[in-house]
Design a protein around this ligand. Sequence first.
Ligand SMILES: Nc1nc2c(ncn2[C@@H]2O[C@H](COP(=O)(O)OP(=O)(O)OP(=O)(O)O)[C@@H](O)[C@H]2O)c(=O)[nH]1
Ligand SMILES: [Mg+2]
Length: 288
Amino acid sequence: MGFKSGFVPIVGRPNVGKSTLLNRLVGEKLAIVTPKPQTTRNRILGILTTAGFQAVFVDTPGLIQPKYPLQEYMAKATWTTAREGDLILWLVDVRDEPKKLKDLGIPIILVMNKVDLLKDKSVLLPLIDEYRKQRVFRELIPISALTGDGVDELLRLIENHLPLGPPLYPPDRLTESSERFIASEIIREKIFLLLKQEIPYGTAVRVEEYKEKEETLYIEATIFVERRSQKGILIGKGGGMLKRIGQLSRQELEEALGKRVFLQLWVKLREGWRKRKKDLRYLGYGAI
Ligand SMILES: Nc1nc2c(ncn2[C@@H]2O[C@H](COP(=O)(O)OP(=O)(O)OP(=O)(O)O)[C@@H](O)[C@H]2O)c(=O)[nH]1
Ligand SMILES: [Mg+2]
């Protein structure tokens, strides 16, 4: 049989585990993961190349009804990606009520995630039946992106449904994300993990400097907030919060890159950036 390849978008509601699955499928942390919905804001590629196929997985922002321009960008990123897919992984939380999905004219695998959280596994079969009645899925499979349960089987299904074709990227390529982007995302992840409620949603991170000098990586980044009151919360008492964000980010960057990292963080106000097209472009949420 010939080589297979294709784009495989991972699509679904916020928080169902799309980014966790992307990282699991390629075996590297390429996308940030937090317990908060709407963590992912951009499309993120994760490329898996084996002897028989190359799957270009694309993590996407969770599907929502957009209410302001940043969310419009996120929704556009998801739908544009989904429409360009050769095979879609439609991810749901196995505990959620089944919703009807319209036929997109592209083969879809229904991936029922978080089975590890099911106390009573006997609910699985009737649930699979209910989804199957929709007649839009080529395959249906329960998995746990967190523990890896079912993921090998999912990869077999993916290989079966990929079209024949040559590799789309060099075989050693993992992603299209730049190191700068990954650094800004790691900082954003710490903000999502450390700050409560609405604060993370009003922040964006921009890497201003990224240069290597004598084995040390110098990174300067700005955390933008959209309201004056958020600046103090991000900096924290005696600068404690910003310090914590910096420490955790630096630790992870050093482990991921295997070099010493010097990280300088700034907090700046950019009033209402989530609603302004020009600001969105400046912060990396512009062209798709
Ligand atoms: N127990 C369990 N938790 C999971 C599983 N997959 C993901 N999670 C958790 O669910 C939360 C959301 O995971 P993400 O991967 O960020 O979800 P997402 O779909 O990318 O979310 P958005 O980017 O916000 O749309 C995190 O706390 C994950 O650790 C799973 O299989 N089992
Ligand atoms: Mg995500």
